[in-house]
Structure formats: C-alpha cells, structure tokens
Design a protein around this ligand. Structure first.
Ligand code: EPU
Length: 306
C-alpha cells in the first residue's frame, strides 16, 4: 500500500482492511486520471474563520467530467464527499474532515445571467448592480461562491438569493446532471432541499431598474457599519429565531466581548464570533455552547460545522 506512507496517519488506522483498500482505490483512480488531488491539506486557510484541521483528500476537478468521475469513484469506494465553497459560513473541527473535500474553483465562468457555481457571488452582485439589473443588489457584500449562496439561500434583512434564481443545474452523487426550476430547489430560510445534489451553475432572473447602483451601495454601507468585516469570522453564527434576531438576543445577555481561548463574541455584532488568531474550533464550539445556554430563546447554528 504505497499510498499509506504519504497519507495522513488516521487513514492507516481507520476502518478495516476493506476500507483501506477502497480509500487506496479512490486515490489511485484520481491520480490515474490526473484529477488534481492533495492529501492531508489543512482547511483553515480556505475558510474565513481560519480554523480547522486537514482533509484526507482535497480535490479540485477542472471539468464537469472530472467532477462526475470524482463522485462516481467516491460512491464506489465509500468515501464521503463534501463541497467547499468560499468557506465563509463554515467551521472546520480541529480533527479535520474524513474523506474528500471538493472545491469548484475551476467552475468560475459567467455568461450573462448563467453563472457557474465557483463564481464569486459578491462579484456577481456588484457586477449586476453596476449593469443596472435589479434582483441581487439587496445581497451586497455577502461573501460566498454562487453555489454556496444558492445551497444555503444566503440573505439578510433586505432579501434572499432564492427570489432572483430562475433555475439551478445540479449534479447528483451518481454524476448525472439535471436542471431544476426554482420551485424544485425547495428554497427555505437559509436552506434548500438539494440534499446530496451539488450546484454546478445557476440562471438568474433580473430586470433593468433605476437606482440599483445606489441601493447596492446603501446595503453595503449598512453592512460595513454594523458588522465586524475584515476580522476572521464566519458571518452570523446563529439563525434568527422566528420573530427575533439572534444578535439582539445575545447582546441582551451581555455576552459581547465574552472570550474562550482566542475566540470572542464580537463587540460590533453579537451574532459574530471572531478568531483573534490561534483560536481552535474547540474554543469556538465552547463559546457557541455558552451562548446557547445563556440565550433566552433556543438558537440554532447557521454556520455549518464539519
Ligand atoms: N442587534 C443588537 N445587537 C447586536 C446586533 C444586532 O441589538 O449586537 C439588533 C439590531 O440593532 C437590529 C437587530 O438586532 O435591531 C437586527 O440586526 P441586523 O440588522 O444586524 O440584522 P440581523 O438579523 O442580525 C441579518 C442576517 C445577516 C445580514 C443582515 C443584514 C441572519 C441570521 N443574519 O442579520 O446575515 O447580513 O441581516 O442584511 O439572517 C449571515 O447570514 O452570516 C449574516 C451576517
């Protein structure tokens, strides 16, 4: 098993012999097809929180064909797959991620209002606002890739991604492509019903309107004045509970500035946790538990934890 020597040590001890063989087969499959893969890649740098351990396999397919081949091999070899977008709404545990983490960095083209999943969403929002097209300007400044913004129906007090979406192209775990209408995506507050299907591209429905560039700038400056942009954080940690605001609830508990290790509750917006440098995922999760135990209402995490 040549791969064992170069692979992270946990792969050697995890599972039985059949699992080791299957994982080896997955690695070999990717290498033989020259699909870009790295073993034991630290994931912290790929997230805005800058925290977390390595991925067993870090795969960056260049084409839909390579992506489909990766999915089919993973299915065959029983290797779990996760898609990493811009890492802006994500906390990676210190132990890292078992299986494959796939990044769609190469899927980054925009043709009019048909946009691939790896395209920078904040850039799309800015560009369409500058083109005088209405529909996305209310989402100014959301750090995401298009695929991630759709999957979690990113949004805020001014609107959400779903309303501007016409269709979504997805790839199933079997590598099959399908185009879904907006209704078929099953958008809800900060989520969809996409399940294991992966967003490959999306079509947006926007219409020309007056004053869109000004509206974009208003939304952006409101965000800049109320949120700790430019620090290491994962955006809002908790979903807003029905009829309330997690930020206000946490603030009212007097938790701003509360610290665990090198992480603290933002003084600027209480629904943000900031990594001061060197925070661990364990620090952040302890702070999350402390907030949940003090809050007057149940608070559900918005940030994904891997
Ligand atoms: N508030 C406080 N203390 C705080 C923070 C907020 O009292 O520390 C109060 C504000 O004064 C305001 C209310 O809570 O009355 C709501 O605050 P804000 O306007 O900042 O909106 P939010 O509900 O906290 C939502 C989204 C944000 C999005 C903003 C602006 C969620 C969970 N959050 O925040 O999204 O940027 O609207 O559109 O839906 C994110 O999803 O990562 C995110 C940051």
């Amino acid at each position: 098993m040549i791969w064992v020597f170069g692979a992270p040590s946990r792969l050697r001890t995890r599972g039985g012999k059949s699992q080791v063989v299957a994982v080896h087969a997955f690695d070999t499959f990717l290498q033989e097809r020259m699909i870009p893969v790295r073993l034991g890649e630290p994931l912290g740098p790929y997230t805005t929180m800058k925290v977390g351990g390595p991925a067993d396999f870090f795969v960056e397919p260049r084409t839909p064909g390579e992506l489909a081949a990766t999915f089919r091999a993973a299915l065959e070899c029983d290797v779990p797959v996760r898609i990493l977008g811009s890492g802006a709404n994500l906390l990676i545990r210190d132990e890292g991620v078992r299986g494959a983490v796939v990044r769609l960095t190469q899927f980054n083209r925009r043709e009019g209002l048909h946009v691939q999943a790896g395209y920078n969403f904040a850039k799309l929002v800015k560009e369409t606002a500058a083109e005088g097209l209405s529909g996305l300007e209310c989402l100014a400044g959301i750090p995401a890739q298009v695929g991630g913004a759709i999957r979690m129906n990113a949004g805020g007090r001014h609107g959400e991604t779903a309303t501007a979406v016409k269709y979504v192209d997805v790839m199933g775990p079997d590598g099959e492509l399908r185009r879904l209408s907006r209704d078929e995506v099953g958008f809800r507050y900060r989520g969809t019903n996409l399940g294991a299907a992966v967003v490959i591209a999306a079509g947006f429905e926007l219409r020309p309107a007056e004053g869109i560039w000004d509206r974009y700038n208003d939304v952006l400056s409101q965000k800049k004045s109320s949120q700790p942009l430019g620090t290491h954080n994962a955006g809002c940690m908790f979903k807003n509970p029905p009829g309330g605001h997690a930020g206000r609830i946490i603030d009212e508990c007097g938790l701003k500035g509360t610290r665990v290790g090198n992480a603290h509750v933002s003084e600027r917006h209480a629904n943000f946790i900031e990594n001061d440098g060197g925070a661990t995922a364990a620090d952040i999760l302890r702070l999350v538990e402390l907030i949940q135990s003090r809050a007057a209402q149940p608070l559900e995490l918005e940030v994904l934890v891997w």
